[in-house]
Design a binder for this molecule. Structure first.
Ligand SMILES: *Cc1c(COP(=O)(O)O)cnc(C)c1O
Length: 396
């Protein structure tokens, strides 16, 4: 891995023919410190957002000691990379063999579940262990989030009480968890979910030791600029404090996106221009899955030293031979952009780099560490729209 001062500097020095992934360890460090210092409970990193072992080590060094893993491969990866990390197996539907290996081989003690069947599976796989932390996942609304996680997992209100009572008997510590959906645009998402937690506790009348508010903490993207994270933490803290639970109960969260979105961006080259469509050398099968399939808008900047004129809204085509390899945007870039120009696409650290395939022989192999600031940051208070003018100024 090479190091460069900035994205622009790298392009000037290397003129890369293939896309290049940029990583900014300082940005991940800042995000992790923010959660460690300000979240009023324990922070678990949701590994699926970006399983890079370099990133895992950065988070560990910045105070993140707990990891939300969802597959046996993620369990093995984190166990190998961070042998002292605490692993929490938070996928509510697991293979029994995976539970068994996690428990007996990797020391995993925390599991989530949303059915009686899964509870029985956990009890069987751990041979009735008495040291389990079991978290019952309840279904909550995804109405305030950009990506729903409401359809697939989570016990229905009618089943929660029975499940809590049964899980209480099988656990050392009992928890309730939920996920409000990814990129929750308002802290209300958490206060309404915590109301569901309250109802569940009251109905089941069980002692609950852990309340886990899951992921969903937002990052900043064009057209999706959320309120400051501190307001989320305040709302969660107040909601948690008012629950009918003991003083020793713990509050957990499982951010993925918010911890790593700013960690990575991508340098792509324009290979062709057709009107307001730019053919670039990465796309839907590379780091731009969300841009193609859910119309996510990522911040973009032209990496060029000459003066930028007025802006045009572009869409992108990726490099594969598939029509689906299209990112509608709109992506605002200077009018005179053309083949041979380089673009930095920001905020790909979460669910960008993690989703890449090598379909059709395309994609970024090269990784470079850069020390400049990410295009947008929740942790420096710079929004996507402010940044655009700042970038243009910097490039002059
Ligand atoms: C995906 C996921 C997360 C992380 O979600 P973000 O929206 O990236 O914060 C956390 N917990 C669970 C159970 C998940 O499936």
């Amino acid at each position: 891995m090479h190091e460069h001062h900035s994205a622009l500097g790298l392009v000037r020095d290397l003129k890369p023919v293939e896309p290049v992934t940029l990583v900014r360890p300082h940005a991940a460090r800042r995000a992790a410190r923010f959660f460690a210092d300000h979240f009023p409970g324990k922070t678990l990193y949701a590994v699926k957002a970006n399983p890079s072992s370099d990133l895992l080590r950065v988070l560990w060094d910045s105070g993140v000691t707990h990891y939300d893993v969802a597959s046996i491969a993620e369990v093995r990866l984190v166990a190998r990379t961070l042998p002292e990390a605490v692993l929490c197996f938070m996928h509510p539907v697991k293979a029994e063999e995976a539970i068994s290996e996690a428990y007996w081989k990797h020391g995993v003690r925390t599991f989530s579940l949303d059915t009686m069947d899964e509870l029985e599976k956990i009890v069987r796989a751990t041979e009735g262990a008495s040291d389990l932390n079991l978290l019952v996942r309840i279904r909550v609304s995804s109405d305030h989030s950009k990506l729903s996680l409401a359809a697939k997992f989570g016990a229905e209100p009618d089943d929660v009480a029975e499940l809590l009572v049964a899980a209480r008997q099988a656990s050392d510590a009992l928890g309730i968890c939920f996920h409000v959906g990814s990129q929750a645009m308002t802290p209300h998402a958490y206060s309404s979910a915590l109301e569901r937690v309250r109802a569940a506790i009251v109905e089941a009348s069980v002692t609950v030791d852990i309340v886990d508010v899951g992921g969903g903490f937002p990052s900043s993207y064009p057209g999706m600029e959320p309120p400051p994270l501190a307001t989320y933490f305040d709302v969660i803290h107040r909601g948690f404090e008012s629950l009918p639970i003991s003083y020793s109960a713990e509050l957990w969260c499982e951010p993925g996106r918010a911890l790593c979105a700013e960690y990575s961006s991508l340098i792509v080259r324009v290979e062709k221009r057709r009107g307001d469509e730019l053919y670039i050398n990465d796309g839907a099968y590379g780091a731009l899955f969300d841009a193609a399939h859910v119309g996510w808008r990522f911040p973009v900047a032209l990496l060029r030293e000459s003066e930028a004129g007025s802006m045009t809204a572009f869409s992108f085509y990726g490099p594969t031979c598939d029509d689906l390899d299209h990112m509608a945007g709109p992506f605002l870039l200077p009018d005179d952009i053309d083949a041979g120009d380089y673009i930095e696409i920001g905020m790909l650290g979460a669910y960008g780099c993690a989703m890449r395939t090598r379909f059709n022989g395309f994609g970024a192999e090269d990784v470079a560490v850069v020390s400049d600031e990410p295009m947008v940051s929740l942790y420096t208070g710079q929004t996507a729209s402010e940044k655009r003018s700042a970038t243009v100024t910097k490039l002059y």
